[in-house]
Ligand binder design. Structure first.
Ligand SMILES: [Zn+2]
Length: 72
């Protein structure tokens, strides 16, 4: 179980206080979804939809990069 979960509605990491997914969480996710990267994209896409609703003030491109831009 990760320590690096998101605190809503700001989507900050509860462990390191950085924008979620923080770098440690990204590493964890890449490991967890190593063999099923389409599922990771799907999961992060779901998070992105929620984050857009929670942070309607944030530029959509910034959110998209933050949630999806780091997935290989
Ligand atoms: Zn973190």
């Amino acid at each position: 179980m990760t320590q690096h979960g998101p605190v809503l509605p700001l989507w900050l990491c509860e462990a390191c206080d950085r924008p979620w997914p923080c770098p440690p969480r990204r590493d964890e996710l890449l490991g967890e979804y190593a063999d099923v990267s389409p599922s990771l994209t799907l999961y992060m896409g779901t998070c992105l939809v929620s984050a857009r609703q929670d942070m309607s003030w944030a530029p959509p491109d910034t959110l998209r990069l933050r949630f999806l831009g780091w997935i290989p």
